[in-house]
Design a protein around this ligand. Structure first.
Ligand SMILES: [Zn+2]
Length: 62
């Protein structure tokens, strides 16, 4: 069941965490996510507020 972080502004998929085979640290925290993708949406350039991912929704899909 992947966890998908999306930009709440443009809906771009920012990061997908797959539960198997990606890493062993579990779902990245917002800080870890920022370190991976930066503090702005690569799609629309919207700056994410820190430390909360106000603009990013976490969704799990079965
Ligand atoms: Zn965006």
């Amino acid at each position: 069941m992947p966890v998908i972080y999306r930009c709440g502004s443009c809906g771009k998929t920012l990061f997908v965490f797959r539960s198997v085979g990606q890493d062993s640290f579990g779902v990245p925290t917002p800080d870890e996510l920022f370190s991976k993708i930066g503090s702005r949406c690569p799609g629309c350039g919207k700056a994410f507020s820190k430390p909360r991912l106000d603009r990013v929704k976490v969704m799990g899909r079965a």
